[in-house]
Write a protein that binds this ligand. Structure first.
Ligand SMILES: NC(=O)c1ccc[n+]([C@@H]2O[C@H](COP(=O)([O-])OP(=O)(O)OC[C@H]3O[C@@H](n4cnc5c(N)ncnc54)[C@H](O)[C@@H]3O)[C@@H](O)[C@H]2O)c1
Length: 380
């Protein structure tokens, strides 16, 4: 690597409009009305959680997404959206719901099956027709999916999570209201928040970093350092919730315009293999990924990790990041990969898939399947 700080040529794309701040959910009805008259709303398993907001969309059909979306779920969602005559899609929920909404919006206009467009296990065809317009409203602070151009779907048959990806999957409007996260239980706060932080650290140390993503990552890392433990300890604190929601939004802006790294390269296959929460997985492998990159990276990589450490602690030393990560994951109750269900037997298949994952190509140090197997082994 070595070019991180010098890259000055880049493209930046995001949602056409981003509204951020407490109370901004009141903009939902107006945003939807400006885009269509037959809204199709993907929600989480308990739509009544957001009844007040849904009541502002009287012509909407709702579709409850339970757990992370599978191929079957997005196929059913697209069918229901077509039956409703949907002309605008809303995702109101965690990252799983936002991803389902993005994929539904793509399938309604493009037709066909998700496997026609999915990476890795599918045909990977481009989405040639613009997706239905999407309004994305996250209710967790973690994925930044409201501003990314991909949707993640699980194939239970292949035991893997893969993306459909297109610039046309970017939301037309992203409404990020930290008040919507006030009722997230501590475990969701921990997993989602740590994932947001990983999504700020990986693009920051990646050779594909650029000056715009760097700015987002620095602010996002500092916000997570300030707010994550507080949001976990007391979910009712709007200050801390706002810090973590902003970290999440900034992480989405960074990852969509930079690249991730080996923690996310591993998370795709591990998520499909274990069925464990995405954020729990990225948090569980992160310390070993960082340790590997610090040990094998060049001076630029080490300096970047030192800066991350300094944003989170008072020490400008990569080792301080590892200490911070271990302390924080212990405080937030994040388990090891063994506790999430991985055994030695599963390591070769996960490592081989992760070596081929597109996120892995953003890692600051080139990694082989053997390197990734070592990281998995040490993360058990
Ligand atoms: N497209 C992208 O750019 C991108 C990026 C990162 C992750 N992802 C995907 O996002 C998913 C993870 O998203 P997540 O971390 O938000 O978890 P999630 O969407 O799975 O939600 C976790 C749990 O929190 C609950 N929940 C959501 N909002 C709540 C609220 N306000 N109050 C109480 N409970 C609430 C949900 O019902 C669920 O049980 C994974 O599928 C991952 O692959 C996508």
């Amino acid at each position: 690597m070595g070019q991180t700080a010098e890259v000055t040529s880049f493209t930046f794309a995001t949602a056409a409009r981003i509204s951020f701040g407490p109370g901004r959910r009141s903009e939902l009805a107006g945003a939807v009305a400006a885009l269509g008259s037959r809204p199709f709303v993907c929600t989480g398993s308990d739509p009544s959680r957001h009844a007040e907001l849904l009541n502002t969309l009287p012509d909407a059909a709702t579709f409850a997404v339970r757990g992370e979306p599978t191929l079957e779920v997005v196929r059913a969602g697209a069918e229901a959206a077509r039956a409703h005559g949907a002309d605008v899609v809303v995702g109101l929920g965690g990252g799983a719901v936002l991803d389902a909404a993005k994929i539904v919006a793509a399938l309604v206009t493009n037709g066909g099956d998700p496997l026609d467009y999915a990476e890795v296990i599918g045909a990977g065809k481009p989405l040639s027709v613009p997706c239905l317009p999407l309004v994305a409203v996250p209710t967790t602070a973690g994925t930044g999916s409201e501003v990314t151009a991909n949707g993640v779907v699980t194939s239970t048959e292949h035991r893997v999570k893969v993306s459909l990806r297109s610039p046309s999957m970017l939301a037309r409007v992203a409404i990020v209201d930290p008040e919507l996260t006030l009722e997230c239980p501590p475990e969701v706060t921990a997993h989602a928040g740590l994932d947001a932080l990983v999504q700020c650290i990986e693009p920051f140390v990646s050779p594909f970093a650029n000056p715009l993503t760097d700015g987002f990552c620095r602010e996002g890392i500092a916000r997570a350092g300030r707010g994550l433990r507080r949001a976990y300890a007391d979910g009712t604190g709007l200050d801390a919730r706002t810090d973590v929601a902003l970290c999440s939004l900034l992480s989405g802006l960074a990852l969509a315009n930079g690249k991730l790294g080996a923690a996310h390269g591993l998370a795709g296959p591990l998520g499909g293999y274990l069925g464990a929460p995405h954020g729990a997985i990225t948090a569980a492998v992160m310390v070993e990924v960082c340790e590997f990159n610090i040990a094998h990276g060049d001076e630029t990589t080490k300096a970047r990790y030192a800066e991350v450490a300094h944003l989170l602690t008072d020490r400008r030393d990569p080792v301080a990041l590892l200490d911070w990560w271990n302390e924080t994951t212990a405080e937030l109750g994040v388990g090891t990969l063994a506790e999430l269900g991985l055994t030695e037997d599963g390591i070769p298949v996960v490592a081989a898939a992760a070596a081929a994952a597109s996120s892995t190509k953003g890692n600051p140090v080139a990694v082989t399947a053997d390197d990734l197997a070592g990281i998995l082994h040490r993360s058990l």
